[in-house]
Design a protein. Structure first.
Length: 64
């Protein structure tokens, strides 16, 4: 019974974490927060491809 209970708790915690990250990756106001949530999801969800990291144009400053 203890193993089943621990497995259930772990599954609920994992599912909750994935849900919060998916909502953050979709609805966050800041682009950097969405990008970080997506990269974390790529680590936690097997079979998900990682998006290529592109530099943030606002952080790079004006190009001359």
């Amino acid at each position: 019974m203890a193993i089943g209970l621990l497995s259930t708790i772990a599954a609920v915690f994992y599912g909750g974490t994935i849900s919060v990250l998916a909502l953050t990756a979709t609805f966050a106001r800041r682009r950097t927060l969405r990008r970080e949530a997506r990269s974390t999801l790529a680590v936690l969800v097997p079979g998900r491809m990682v998006e290529p990291q592109q530099p943030d144009r606002a952080a790079a400053g004006p190009s001359s």
